[in-house]
Design a protein around this ligand. Structure first.
Ligand SMILES: Cc1cc2nc3c(=O)[nH]c(=O)nc-3n(C[C@H](O)[C@H](O)[C@H](O)COP(=O)(O)OP(=O)(O)OC[C@H]3O[C@@H](n4cnc5c(N)ncnc54)[C@H](O)[C@@H]3O)c2cc1C
Length: 411
């Protein structure tokens, strides 16, 4: 395994770090001020709009996309250190047009979209003009097993008619969110994994209704947010089907590998930021006549955090390397491992940072409480820990026993 930064990544990393130093960190307060002083919080603060133009003009744009004609053409190993830096500030990835869920949706359109679908939706997404959402999870069924989903996509002449209720449709609160990829069932009688399809639904289609926006442990996540969305006899042309009826699972598998590892890369950045906050607070706060930084328990926490972050980063890099060299399918155990390990590690580091800030850590005077809430959510989104652990264990059993689940005994 070679994790040496390529000359291109070196250059891009230096540019992104300089960009963050010059434009992002100094504007964190301004971002909050603009968000809160606008007519509505459901509107992108001007600072992000301005910085998107600067990033694009500097060539820091669509870095996630492995296609060198439409994106930067980086491998996963090359992209990982860049994505980590962007993850340090929650609104930074969008500046580089590298934010979820758009990156995953763009990859779906790139891999599986027709020429027309790409012209209509991929192009403006790549240009950062619109945003998108992915609607799979439903309140009525256990959606961590996506074969449970009930949303109906029924063909009627030249159209599909969609009926269902989704929730946690991230990005729906943003007025620039113009397109959703909706997963539903086209044929409930087909075999288990051929029932589902994914279809493109413009957000302004008649019958689409945002019932409410869901908070993440009290945070509204404006301007993007997470919607509970009703589909009431929503009609779209049959040309909006992606890849073909019954191929929803196939698309979901293709989408989730890169999407998951990108979340992990970003959360390493979150953990690094939390450790920085921990150290700087420890170096300035005195209790009972001694700096917190001089106390053994603080040093223990700092040391453990450094160990944990570095271990996790290596696992991210290993998963990225395996994706690059063996393909996403072959790397699925590593992707599942890092999807469990990275948020767990980051939550521990964030919790240590919060503790050292005392009561201040619970407020929004520091970004720590927000980091905690959002990193906690990561143990659920893109599949809860238990589902990933199940997959890791099954692959391990298969490797060790050969042919699992047929052969169940270890003896
Ligand atoms: C902030 C946030 C953003 C999200 N964004 C999106 C989005 O953009 N689009 C979208 O479609 N969804 C999104 N989700 C939804 C997320 O993907 C689901 O919540 C997740 O997949 C779990 O599905 P569920 O909520 O239906 O839980 P359920 O399926 O009801 O599962 C509940 C719990 O059961 C346990 N469990 C499940 N399976 C097993 C198992 N095999 N073994 C043991 N225990 C198990 C786990 O503890 C799990 O948390 C988002 C969620 C959050 C919190």
């Amino acid at each position: 395994m070679d994790f040496e930064l390529s000359p291109r990544t070196h250059e891009l990393k230096a540019k992104i770090e300089a960009f963050m130093d010059e434009y992002v960190y100094p504007n964190e307060e301004l971002y909050d001020e603009q968000l809160n002083s606008q007519d509505s919080r459901w509107q992108l603060p001007m600072i992000v709009q301005d910085l998107k133009k600067v990033a694009r003009s500097e060539g820091l744009w669509n870095l996630f996309l492995p296609d060198s004609k439409l994106g930067a053409g980086l491998t996963n190993v090359e992209y990982a250190p860049l994505c980590e830096i962007m993850g340090r500030v929650h609104w930074a990835p969008e500046i580089f047009n590298c934010s979820a869920p758009d990156t995953g949706n763009m990859e779906v359109l790139h891999m599986y979209g027709t020429h027309e679908q790409q012209n209509q939706w991929l192009r403006p997404l790549l240009d950062g003009e619109i945003r998108s959402a992915f609607a799979m999870t439903e309140p009525a069924v256990a959606s961590s097993d996506a074969s449970n989903i009930e949303c109906s996509i029924r063909r009627d002449g030249d159209e599909y008619v969609i009926n269902g209720r989704k929730w946690w449709t991230s990005g729906m609160g943003d007025p620039r969110c113009k397109i959703m990829i909706v997963m539903g069932k086209t044929d409930p009688k087909a075999t288990k994994y051929q029932q589902q399809s994914q279809v493109l639904v413009p957000t302004n289609t008649l019958g689409v209704e945002i019932k409410r926006m869901l908070p993440v442990m009290g945070y509204d996540d404006a301007p993007h947010g997470h919607g509970e969305v009703l589909f009431n006899n929503v009609r779209v042309p049959i040309e909006n089907m992606i890849l073909g009826e019954g191929r929803g699972f196939e698309i979901a598998q293709g989408r989730l590998g890169p999407g998951r590892i990108h979340h992990c890369m970003r959360v390493i950045g979150v953990a690094e930021r939390a450790l920085e906050l921990l150290c700087s607070r420890a170096a300035e706060r005195e209790t009972w006549g001694r700096l917190l930084a001089d106390r053994g328990i603080t040093q223990e926490r700092i040391a453990q955090s450094r160990i944990d972050i570095d271990m996790c980063r290596l696992l991210v890099m290993k998963a990225a390397w395996k994706m690059d060299t063996a393909g996403n399918k072959e790397a699925r155990q590593e992707i599942a491992m890092i999807k469990v390990a990275a948020p767990k590690m980051a939550l521990e580091v964030i919790d240590r940072a919060l503790q050292i800030h005392g009561g201040g850590g619970m407020t929004n005077d520091f970004p720590i409480a927000y980091m905690l809430a959002h990193t906690r959510a990561m143990r659920l989104f893109d599949g809860p820990d238990e589902v990933h652990r199940q997959q890791i264990a099954r692959l391990e059993l298969r490797r060790q026993l050969g042919g699992y689940p047929k052969q169940r005994s270890l003896n």
